[in-house]
Write a protein of this length. Structure first.
Length: 135
C-alpha cells in the first residue's frame, strides 16, 4: 500500500505522467470540464472533499512552477484566495501566480491533462497547476 499522503490511484497516476509545463485543474463542484479532459470526480456532497484538502494532497506529489487563478477569487472568495497562496508557497519556495478572467480560465481547462472535481461550493475555488521539474 502506498505510504504517502496522496493515495488516490487515478490522481497519483495522472501526476506521474506529467511533464514540464503540463497542466491539471482542481475545481469546485460546478466547474465545467471540457470533453476530452480526463475527469477525476471526488465530489460526494457539499464540501466533501474540500478544495483545500484536495489541493494539499495533490501538492504533496506534484512539483509546480506556476498556478493560474480566476481574478474574481480575490474579491469574491478572498479568504480562500489567501489560503491558496499560503498553501502553494509552502509547497514551492518560488512560484509564479497568474490571474485571468473566469471565462478565460474555463477555456484554459481544455489544455489540462486532467480535471479533479471536488465537493467545494465556494465561488471560484478553481486552480490550474502547471508542472515544474524536479531537477
Amino acid at each position: 500500500m502506498k505510504k504517502s499522503m496522496l493515495i488516490n490511484s487515478e490522481i497519483s497516476y495522472s501526476i506521474s505522467k506529467l511533464g514540464h509545463k503540463d497542466r491539471i485543474v482542481i475545481g469546485d463542484a460546478g466547474l465545467p470540464i471540457p470533453d476530452g479532459v480526463k475527469r477525476i470526480d471526488l465530489a460526494l456532497s457539499e464540501g466533501i472533499p474540500s478544495f483545500v484538502e484536495v489541493l494539499k494532497a495533490v501538492l504533496s506529489e506534484q512539483k509546480i512552477e506556476k498556478i493560474i487563478l480566476a481574478e474574481e477569487i480575490k474579491m469574491v472568495s478572498a479568504k480562500l484566495h489567501d489560503e491558496i497562496l499560503l498553501i502553494c508557497k509552502e509547497a514551492e519556495s518560488e512560484i509564479e501566480i497568474e490571474y485571468i478572467p473566469h471565462e478565460v480560465f474555463k477555456n484554459n481547462t481544455e489544455n489540462c491533462k486532467c480535471a479533479i472535481r471536488t465537493g467545494e461550493f465556494t465561488p471560484f475555488a478553481n486552480i490550474i497547476l502547471i508542472s515544474g521539474v524536479v531537477f
